[in-house]
Design a protein around this ligand. Structure first.
Ligand SMILES: [Zn+2]
Length: 205
């Protein structure tokens, strides 16, 4: 396989990218200035050293020289440790933070449990969520909010999380809530506007 095909193959595995777009990306790199392409290559080769996964909420964050393995949100003492909002992916946190209405902590599940797929997605962090909730329950966690998309896969993911939580001793004390009205059917959190997210969080049930 030549380099162009190999590069195209990598792009084809990017989320939402088809074969034709992957080929366009590869050709685009060929038209870039040499320095530009070198910078891109060095960013790619160093990103895993500079951006790490938070040991607590599992979102990616930039290490700013320190040795902390926990992100700035998890470290913020002003945030409400009684609330844990479980989301599909990192970008959902970005949208919710923009709405400015949520002051609790997060957990990134890492994906959804598709309704039509029998085997569990092995990238999902059900076990990680269980450990975080177990530890927090001993402290001051009182509510887990299911922040998934309003579609069959999102609802199925909600059921998966509820089943995980049920296995935890003492979880009957936990309030499990869902995002409220405002988010239209089929809408993904990532693309919801701040006002809609604000309403959905304030009207959770
Ligand atoms: Zn974190």
């Amino acid at each position: 396989m030549n380099s162009l095909d190999k590069l195209t193959g990598y792009f084809e595995h990017f989320p939402g990218i088809g074969a034709r777009q992957a080929r366009r990306f590869a050709f685009h790199i060929l038209t870039m200035q040499k320095e530009e392409s070198l910078e891109l290559a060095s960013l790619i080769s160093s990103i895993k050293d500079n951006v790490i996964e938070c040991a607590s909420c599992r979102r990616f964050f930039s290490k700013s020289g320190g040795t902390a393995d926990v992100c700035d949100i998890c470290m913020d003492i002003n945030r409400d440790r009684g609330k844990l909002l479980v989301v599909e992916r990192d970008t959902d946190i970005r949208s919710i933070e923009r709405s400015g209405v949520y002051d609790g902590l997060y957990f990134v599940l890492g994906g959804t449990v598709p309704l039509l797929e029998s085997r569990e997605n092995n990238k999902l962090r059900g076990g990680g969520l269980k450990r975080v909730v177990e530890a927090r329950l001993a402290e001051d966690l009182s509510e887990v909010i299911l922040g998934f998309s309003i579609n069959p896969d999102g609802e199925n993911t909600g059921r998966f999380v509820e089943a995980v939580l049920k296995e935890i001793p003492g979880s009957d004390k936990l309030k499990i809530s869902h995002l409220g009205r405002g988010l239209s059917t089929g809408s993904e959190l990532e693309y919801a506007d701040p006002e809609t997210l604000k309403n959905a969080l304030q009207n959770r049930y």
